[in-house]
Design a protein around this ligand. Structure first.
Ligand code: THU
Length: 138
């Protein structure tokens, strides 16, 4: 499915963020951008660590920036993810399981677009990516 034209800016923000990634260990540069219900866009990239489990995903960092800006009222409507290897080759990155849970906390019905290695984009809803997800009433 082609990326809807109104989502092109979000994917561009994700691509831009992937160029800031710190990924010397996996050499997989990931960028994510989220759009909140207010219309604002927040981006993040992965940031790895020599102690591997301490590294963080692009989506987690984008969501952290969004929470910082909008606080607990944050609602996510759309997420875009773009990734490339060190040599610039595009890689298909559906969000990892943990990031699906992170997105669901603020956007249980968010649309998730991820760039594919053939230059396309795949779009799924969070409900499709993480059916029957774990929720806890605050
Ligand atoms: N990564 C992300 O940033 N998002 C995902 O959804 C999957 C994985 C990052 C984490 C790590 O820096 C690298 O990709 C390889 O796992």
């Amino acid at each position: 499915m082609p990326l809807p034209p109104e989502s092109a800016d979000l994917m561009r923000a994700a691509e831009r963020a992937s160029r800031s990634a710190y990924a010397p260990y996996s050499r997989l540069n990931v960028g994510a951008a989220v759009r909140s219900a207010s219309g604002a866009v927040y981006a993040g990239c992965n940031a790895e660590n020599a102690a591997f489990p301490l590294g963080s995903c692009a989506e987690a960092n984008a969501i952290g920036a969004a929470v910082l800006a909008e606080g607990p009222a944050l609602r996510l409507v759309e997420v875009a993810i773009s990734a490339h290897e060190a040599d610039g080759r595009a890689v298909t990155i559906p969000p990892c399981g943990g990031c699906r849970q992170r997105i669901g906390e603020f956007g249980p019905h968010a649309r998730v677009h991820f760039a594919t290695e053939d230059g396309g984009v795949r779009t799924l809803t969070l409900d499709e990516l993480l059916p029957e997800s774990f929720r806890l009433e605050p």
